[in-house]
Every structure is written in C-alpha cells, then in structure tokens.
Design a protein around this ligand. Structure first.
Ligand code: G3H
Ligand code: ZN
Length: 280
C-alpha cells in the first residue's frame, strides 16, 4: 500500500522508533527492498534522488515500477515513495508523477529563500496530502555529485521551519553523506538533544551509512524518526557484483545473462535491507 510518510513517521516519533529510508537505484534494488521490508513486516520509505529518477527513466517510470511491484509481489506493508534532496523543480516533477512524499533541499540557499520555497511547497503538499521534509544546516559529503561541508542546524531557523508546517526536518549534526572519513568528529548529540527538546517533531538523519548502532540508537532516543541509508547498500551491491565476476567466467553457464550476473547483488541487497530493518 502506498502511503505518505506523515502517519508512519508520527507514530515512530511518538514511540521512539525509526522508519528506514532506503535509496533505490533501479528495478532490482526496488524489488529486493520491497521483498525484504515485507518479510520483516516493517513500513519502508523508498528514497529516490533526482539523478536516480533520471537513471530510472523519469519520475513516472519510478512511480509505475514501485506501484506495479507492490501489486505483483503482494506487498502488504506501508510503502512511501519519497523524493530525496530535490530542488523546487524536482519537487514539482515528483508531485506530478504521484510521489507521495518529497524532500525539498534548500540547504545551499540563503535561509530566507529556503523558507520561502518550502512554504510554497507545503501549500501544494497539503492540498495533495503529500508529506514534506526540509533541511536546515547542511549534511556534509557528496550527494548526487554535489559536495558540501558540514554546517550545523541552527535552533532558531529550525523553529521557523516547524512553524510553517513541515512534517519532518533533516538536521545537520555532523552527519555526512557517503563514507565517514577517519578523522570524522562524530555526531553532535548535545545539539540533537536541544533540537529535540525544543522542536518536539520528527527529525531525520541523513548519511546513515557507517554510523555505529549505538550512535543510531542514541539518535532514535533523541527524536530521529527517519534514517536515510544509501551508501551501505551501494557498497554491498558493488561487492557482490565484484565477487561474482571474480569467481565466475562470464562466458560459462550463461553467466552473461543478467539474471545470473545480478544474482548475488540481488541477494546482497535483500539481506542488507533485512539486516538494517531488524537493527532496532
Ligand atoms: O539522502 C540519502 C542519504 O542521506 C544517504 O546517505 O549514502 O551516507 O547512507 P548515505
Ligand atoms: Zn541525504
């Protein structure tokens, strides 16, 4: 069942639980993620970045794939199809393609501009019953080819975003997209605790790959209700393909058939998603 993120996130927040957002990159990824979530009976948010949507062939292709897989595979859990790190134009495209959740990433814009565009999108989302996530402060690292430095979320700015009616807020607390560098300073838990006390609303942790389970647990206790994971699965997928190619002659036993070639990678994604969903 396709749902927006509002209800599942609200109840996760209330119960100090978390909903995982798994970025999807192609048909196989989507299928394995849905199967894994379904067997674990956990709601799931499928995150699609603008460049992933392009790779799929467009937002509507992505929507059709998700919708059809839910039907054909008899997926019973709540599934939210969510635009990840979109510009205003990306958000409009995703809404037109029937995504039921969007993230507007205005974190590189001046605060006032970020707020103004977010307000505009909130109006649209309210009318269409779509959930909306916005970002204050900046998540470091490389996302969709855009490299950013960490910038911490400011409480007064976060409060202004709560007032305009967003459903969830992505915070910058030292989290980074991609692999964490050896000299990473770690998460700023005192900032997270302060944001949680003052805002009392679902918060989102981006850059979930590579953070220890203990730290993730602390985050969940401090109001993080959605954790985004992408890199961890990309690595599992790449390693599985590497293993298959290293251990098998591509010309033997029709290994060149994509259904054989991707077998280990499909299994890797399926098991990794199950492992992530059963962490807490
Ligand atoms: O929006 C997507 C994420 O924040 C994923 O971050 O690739 O570091 O897991 P990650
Ligand atoms: Zn992110």
């Amino acid at each position: 069942m396709l749902v927006n993120a509002k209800e599942i996130i609200k109840s996760a927040y209330k119960n100090k639980q978390v909903i995982f957002h798994i970025n999807i990159n192609n048909l196989e990824w989507t299928k394995q993620t849905l199967l894994a979530a379904n067997i674990e009976k956990k709601p799931i948010i499928l995150g699609v970045s603008p460049s992933a949507a392009k790779y799929f062939g467009g937002y509507s292709v992505c929507y059709s794939i998700v919708k059809s897989l839910i039907k054909e595979l008899r997926i019973k859990i709540p599934v939210c199809l969510h635009l990840d790190h979109g510009s205003y134009d990306d958000c409009i495209k995703a809404i037109k393609a029937k995504f039921n959740s969007i993230m507007f990433d205005g974190s590189r814009l001046p605060f006032e501009k970020n707020l103004e565009i977010s307000k505009k999108l909130i109006e649209i989302c309210k009318k269409k019953n779509i959930s909306i996530e916005c970002e204050i402060g900046r998540i470091g690292g490389n996302e969709d080819g855009i490299v950013s430095d960490v910038s911490y979320t400011k409480l007064n700015e976060a409060k202004a975003f709560k007032e305009i009616g967003i459903d969830m807020l992505a915070v910058g607390i030292g989290n980074i997209h991609g692999e964490y560098p050896k000299d990473w300073k770690g998460l700023n838990f005192s900032l997270l605790s302060q944001l949680n006390d003052e805002l009392k609303m679902p918060l989102v942790l981006h850059g979930g790959s590579g953070i220890s389970d203990d730290d993730l647990k602390k985050c969940i206790n401090l109001g993080i209700s959605k954790i985004n994971i992408n890199t961890e699965l990309q690595i599992a997928n790449a390693k599985a393909i590497e293993k298959f190619v290293k251990n098998n002659n591509i010309m033997d036993n029709k290994n060149y058939n994509p259904r054989n070639l991707y077998k280990l990678s499909n299994e890797a994604i399926y098991h990794k998603v199950r492992e992530i969903l059963t962490k807490f």
